[in-house]
Design a protein around this ligand. Structure first.
Ligand code: GCW
Length: 729
C-alpha cells in the first residue's frame, strides 16, 4: 500500500495518462516520421497490394540505387507486414507480382530527362509486373517514392501508366541557418547542422535527405543569406564536403550563401570590388578549392547590397558586375550563381514595392548564363498575400527563380495551421500577360527556392501541420501545375491516415487556412502590419522606425479620410511595372481583385465595395470572417479526436487554440486602431474590441524565436514570453 501522498499523486497521474492513451482508439504515433510513415495496410486492401509487390527486382549496386532499393523495400515491407525480398536477376527472370526497379538504361527513355521516371504495369511475356524505370539512379529513387506514395494513399496500382519529370531543374531549399546553430526566422528549434560534431554525419541528416528526396528537392543552401564568411574557410569547407558526400546518393547538391566581402574578411584584401583583379583572383582560387573538395558543388547564393549586406554597389559597381564576377569563378566547374533581387532602401524616395524592379529590369540580358536571379514571389516580403512580383515575365533574357518562404515569419510563426500550397500555387499561376516568354509565371522560371522551416525539433518544423508546407513546396517545385487540393490530400493521407472521416475535414482545413489567415491579419490587400523586428503580432500603428518601409503605417496609409496605398499613376505608379493589360486592371477599382484592393488603392472609409457595403464595414467583416474560420478549424479538429493518436491530436489542438487567440488579438488590435482613425461605428453584429487601443499598443515581447535581437518589454506590467498566450484577457 502506498503511504506517502506525493507517491499516490504520481501514481494517479500515471494511471490517468495510461487511461487517456488507452481510450484513444488510435495507436501512439510520432511526428518525426513526417509523411514517410508506413503503417500496415488494413486487411481489406492488404492482399491487393501484396499481390503486386511480391519482390523487388533491381541492381542495387550504385549508391543511389542502394538508397532506392532500401527505401522501396523498407516502405513496402512495413506497409505489407512482411519482408519484400530484393532479387538481382535479369529482367526476363522476373515473375508475376515483381516490382522491377531500373535506374540505368542502354537506350534512354524518351521524354523524362535525367531526373524523371516511368511507372508502368508490364504484361509482356505473360507476366504481370510493375516497372519503375528511369535513365539513372535518381529518377529510380523518385519513382520508388512515388510508388510508395501510391500505396500510402491507397491508389490503384493494378494498371499503372505514369510518366513524370520535374518542370524545373533546380528545386531548392534555402536554410537561413547561422554557424552558431540559431536559425533566422526559424521556429522549429536549432539548425540541423551541428558544425562542432561534423564531419561526423548525424543520422538525422540522412533522414533529412530522405525527406527531401521523397518530394524531389535536389538542392540545399546550407547557410543564411545574411552570410558569415567563415563558412568559406578550409575548416568549414571540409565539413561542407562531408555533408555533400552524405547527401549525394539522395540527389542533393549543396550550395552555400557567400558573403560578398569574404576577400576582405578571409583574404586580407582591402576591398571586395568585383572589377579588381586581386578580388577576382581570390574568388577563383576559392572556387577551385571548393570544387577540389566537392566536385559537384552547386554554387553560391548571394544577398548583396540589401539590408546592410555588402555588395558591388559598395564599390560603385552594379549587380551585374558582382554577379558575373562570382559566376565566372564557378563557371569552369559547372556552378550556378543565384543572385537575390530582394533590395530596397529607405534612402530612395520611391515606393519599396517598386525598388527591385527599378533596379533589376534594366539589367535584363546582362547576366552571365550561369546566373539565376532569385526573386521573391511578391514585391515586398513574404506577406500573407501579395500580388506577384512584376519582375516575373519582365526579364525574358534572364534566368529567374521564384523564392517563397516556408517558415512563417509573417504568418504567425508555428501557431495553428497556415498551409501555403494554395498561396504558392496562386503565385505560380499568375498570368503575367507578357508576350514573352509565356503567359504563366512558371513558364519563365528555371528554379523555385523555398526558405526552409526546418530545425532540430522532434517534429522538424515546429508543428505537425507545418510539415505540410515542406511537402507542398517539394511537390509544387516538381510540378507547379498540380492542384493544391491534390497535394493536401496526399499529405493528409500519408500523415494522418486514410480514413475518409479524417481526410475530408483535414484537407478542408488545409485548403481554407491561408485565406483565413489573410482575413484575420491583413485583409483586402493590406500588408506588413506586423510588429517591429520579430514580426510577431500586430502593429498597424507603428510609424516611428528610421527605415520608412519597416513601418506598418507606411503600408496601410490609414488616416481620417481612408486607408490603402495608392500605387496607381496618381500615387507611386507601381502598377506601371506590370504589363499594360494587367496594369489597366489593377488601376481600375472595378477590375482589381478585391483581395488586392488596398495594395493598389487608397480609398475613403465610406467607399462602396462591389457588394454595396462600405469599405469600413467590409474590413471589419473580413477580420471577423478570418477569426470565425480559425474557430471553425478548432471545432473540426476537436471532432477528429477519436481518429487521431492522442499525442498528436493534443499537440495540434493546443496549437490551434493559440492560433485562435492570436487571430482575435490581430482582429481586435487592428479594428481598435483603424476605428480610432475612421471614427465610424462597427457594423451591426460585430463586437467592439474588448480593450482600449492603448492596451494593444502596449503589448511587447521578450524572446521571440527566429529573431536575433531579443526585446525586453512588458504586456501591461508583466513580461510576456513567446509561448505564453498574448496577454490573454
Ligand atoms: O523577410 C526579411 C527577413 C530577414 C531576411 C530578409 C531576406 C535573411 O525579415 O530576416 O534576412 O527578409 O530575405 O533577406
Amino acid at each position: 500500500m502506498l503511504s506517502t501522498t506525493p507517491l499516490r499523486i504520481a501514481l494517479r497521474a500515471l494511471l490517468a495518462i495510461a487511461a487517456a492513451l488507452a481510450s484513444s482508439a488510435v495507436a501512439a504515433d510520432n511526428s518525426y516520421d513526417l509523411w514517410l510513415r508506413y503503417p500496415r495496410v488494413e486487411a481489406t486492401h492488404l492482399n491487393y497490394y501484396r499481390a503486386r509487390a511480391t519482390a523487388i527486382v533491381a541492381d542495387c549496386s550504385t549508391p543511389t540505387m542502394r538508397v532506392a532499393c532500401t527505401e522501396l523495400q523498407r516502405g513496402l515491407s512495413q506497409m505489407l507486414g512482411r519482408t519484400v525480398p530484393i532479387r538481382h536477376v535479369p529482367l526476363d527472370q522476373s515473375r508475376d507480382g515483381d516490382i522491377v526497379l531500373v535506374g540505368q538504361r542502354s537506350i534512354p527513355l524518351a521524354g523524362i530527362g535525367d531526373q524523371g521516371y516511368v511507372i508502368a504495369t508490364d504484361r509482356t511475356s505473360g507476366h504481370r509486373r510493375t516497372v519503375i524505370a528511369a535513365n539513372n539512379g535518381i529518377g529510380a529513387l523518385y519513382g520508388a517514392f512515388e510508388y510508395l506514395r501510391l500505396v500510402q494513399t491507397r491508389r490503384e496500382v493494378a494498371d499503372l501508366k505514369i510518366a513524370s519529370a520535374p518542370a524545373l531543374p533546380l528545386r531548392m531549399l534555402d536554410h537561413w541557418d547561422n554557424l552558431d546553430g540559431t536559425v533566422e526566422r526559424g521556429y522549429a528549434g536549432r539548425s540541423l547542422w551541428n558544425w562542432s560534431k561534423l564531419p561526423r554525419i548525424d543520422p538525422r541528416m540522412i533522414d533529412y535527405a530522405r525527406a527531401d528526396a521523397s518530394i524531389g528537392i535536389n538542392a540545399v543552401v546550407l547557410n543564411n543569406v545574411n552570410a558569415d564568411a567563415r563558412l568559406l574557410t578550409p575548416e568549414y569547407l571540409r565539413n561542407v564536403a562531408a555533408i555533400a558526400d552524405a547527401w549525394r546518393p539522395y540527389g542533393i547538391r549543396v550550395f552555400l550563401s557567400a558573403r560578398f566581402s569574404a576577400p576582405i574578411e578571409l583574404g586580407g584584401l582591402k576591398i571586395a570590388d568585383p572589377l579588381e583583379p586581386a578580388v577576382r583572383g581570390w574568388w577563383k582560387a576559392k572556387a577551385d578549392e571548393i570544387y577540389r573538395l566537392i566536385p559537384d558543388f552547386g554554387g553560391f547564393l548571394v544577398k548583396a547590397n540589401s539590408e546592410g549586406q555588402p555588395g558591388p554597389q559598395t564599390y560603385g559597381r552594379t549587380h551585374v558586375d558582382g554577379a558575373n564576377m562570382l559566376a565566372a569563378a564557378i563557371a569552369p566547374h559547372g556552378g550556378t550563381l543565384l543572385w537575390r533581387a530582394f533590395v530596397y532602401s529607405g534612402e530612395k524616395a520611391t515606393d519599396r514595392a517598386r525598388q527591385a524592379f527599378d533596379e533589376f529590369a534594366p539589367l535584363d540580358g546582362k547576366f552571365a548564363s550561369n546566373v539565376i536571379l532569385q526573386v521573391k514571389n511578391g514585391p515586398i516580403d513574404f506577406q500573407p498575400r501579395e500580388p506577384f512580383h512584376p519582375l516575373f515575365g519582365a526579364m525574358p533574357h534572364t534566368r529567374v527563380a521564384m523564392e517563397v518562404q516556408l517558415t512563417r515569419e509573417y504568418l504567425g510563426e508555428n501557431a495553428g495551421i497556415v498551409w501555403l500550397g494554395t498561396m504558392w500555387s496562386e503565385a505560380l499561376r499568375s498570368s503575367t500577360a507578357r508576350p514573352r516568354p509565356a503567359f504563366q509565371v512558371l513558364g519563365s522560371l528555371s528554379t523555385i527556392a523555398g526558405v526552409a522551416n526546418i530545425g532540430s525539433n522532434p517534429d522538424w518544423t515546429g508543428s505537425d501541420f507545418d510539415q505540410a508546407n515542406w511537402y507542398a513546396f517539394g511537390r509544387l517545385a516538381w510540378d507547379p501545375a498540380v492542384e493544391p487540393a491534390q497535394i493536401a490530400e496526399e499529405w493528409t493521407r500519408m500523415t494522418w491516415g486514410n480514413d475518409p472521416r479524417a481526410v475530408k475535414p483535414i484537407v478542408k482545413m488545409l485548403m481554407t487556412s491561408r485565406e483565413a489567415t489573410v482575413d484575420a491579419m491583413t485583409p483586402l490587400g493590406l500588408a506588413h502590419q506586423m510588429a517591429t523586428g520579430h514580426h510577431y503580432g500586430p502593429g498597424p500603428w507603428i510609424s516611428d522606425l528610421a527605415e520608412p518601409s519597416w513601418n506598418p503605417a507606411y503600408y496601410n496609409r490609414a488616416d481620417r479620410a481612408g486607408i490603402g496605398f495608392d500605387r496607381t499613376a496618381n500615387g507611386s505608379n507601381a502598377v506601371a511595372q506590370y504589363s499594360p493589360p494587367i496594369a489597366r486592371c489593377l488601376t481600375d477599382t472595378a477590375c482589381v481583385p478585391e483581395t488586392e484592393l488596398l495594395w493598389f488603392h487608397h480609398l475613403p472609409w465610406t467607399y462602396r465595395m462591389r457588394s454595396g457595403a462600405t469599405l469600413w464595414d467590409t474590413l471589419v467583416e473580413r477580420y471577423d470572417r478570418g477569426v470565425s474560420a480559425i474557430a471553425m478549424m478548432n471545432r473540426s479538429w476537436s471532432q477528429l479526436g477519436p481518429l487521431i493518436d492522442a499525442r498528436r491530436h493534443a499537440a495540434v489542438a493546443s496549437s490551434l487554440r493559440r492560433q485562435l487567440l492570436e487571430s482575435e488579438w490581430w482582429r481586435n488590435s487592428s479594428i481598435a486602431y483603424f476605428q480610432s482613425l475612421s471614427r465610424l461605428p462597427l457594423p451591426a453584429g460585430h463586437a467592439a474590441p474588448p480593450r482600449p487601443l492603448s492596451w494593444y499598443e502596449g503589448v511587447r515581447f521578450d524572446t521571440v524565436p527566429g529573431f536575433l535581437t531579443p526585446r525586453i518589454g512588458s504586456c501591461r506590467s508583466s513580461v510576456v514570453v513567446r509561448g505564453d498566450p498574448p496577454c490573454a484577457p
